[in-house]
Design a protein around this ligand. Structure first.
Ligand code: SAM
Length: 231
């Protein structure tokens, strides 16, 4: 039998530090990604009853919150796809404390579910909900991470109630040269694959959505868009 020391040596063989170029590139990009995440807009949103301190939210989150509150009726059931750190889900919960919010993400939830938020692990391409379950689906800064965007949008259509709304906040690559350059830079920093107006409209139309609107969000360096549609 081999002595224990020898076994230890075998197990301790060090892996090369940067075996593949993309690992090295990722290490270089990590501080840049962190800096990009730190550029956030600080503001407070005032609703009729609630004042929400949205210090850690960006302009895109404020735009989505405003868009939700533009609905004629308060959504009773909301699905947040790609909740990330859950901070935005909590802001939505603070703005709509009587709504029942389900939040889904492919990563394991870091936050525990609360009175009106249920965090679960799962993918937009295969939503574990019955058809017609939600009044509203929101998804912020997540679309560009989806492997199968068409499948994800069709799944969202399925789980929405008739007349239910979808609000997407995400970067789109558009024709304007600097927007494309900025978009590509963001893509490198944040990962994922950005889509464009034409493709996203195609996914929404094919899924069966109506009243599709795609608008630039102000103060986002002409790169972030609010995409809304109705079932
Ligand atoms: C940049 S974070 C956005 C977090 C949050 N929505 C926000 O605005 O702060 C994107 C999230 O989308 C999630 N995601 C990526 N692909 C997904 C998929 N196919 N289904 C559900 N979530 C997904 C990622 O795990 C990540 O947490």
């Amino acid at each position: 039998m081999r002595p224990a020391n020898d076994l230890l040596k075998v197990n301790q063989v060090r892996a090369p530090r940067f075996p593949f170029p993309h690992v090295a590139i990722n290490k270089w990009l990590a501080p840049l990604r962190l800096a990009a995440r730190k550029i956030q807009i600080y503001r407070t949103i005032r609703y009729s009853e609630y004042e929400i301190e949205v210090k850690r939210l960006r302009a895109i989150h404020c735009a989505v919150l405003n868009e939700i509150s533009c609905s004629r009726t308060i959504p009773q059931t909301i699905l947040d796809v790609g909740f990330g750190n859950g901070v935005f889900t909590q802001a939505v919960s603070a703005a709509f404390p009587h709504s029942d919010i389900t939040a889904i993400d492919t990563s394991i939830p870091k936050l525990s579910s609360s009175e009106n938020i249920t965090f679960i692990k799962g993918s937009v391409e295969q939503l574990p909900f019955a058809s017609g379950s939600f009044d509203l689906v929101i998804t912020v800064l997540s679309l560009h991470h989806w492997q199968e965007k068409d499948k994800g949008i069709s799944e969202i259509y399925r789980v929405l109630k008739k007349g239910g709304r979808l609000i997407i906040g995400d970067p789109l690559l558009e024709d304007w040269m600097s927007n494309r350059i900025l978009g590509l830079l963001m893509q490198v920093l944040d990962g994922g694959t950005f889509t464009d107006k034409k493709r996203v409209s195609g996914y929404l139309n094919t899924a069966g959505f109506e009243d599709i609107s795609i608008r630039l969000i102000p103060h986002t360096m002409k790169s972030l868009y609010l995409i809304t549609a109705k079932k």
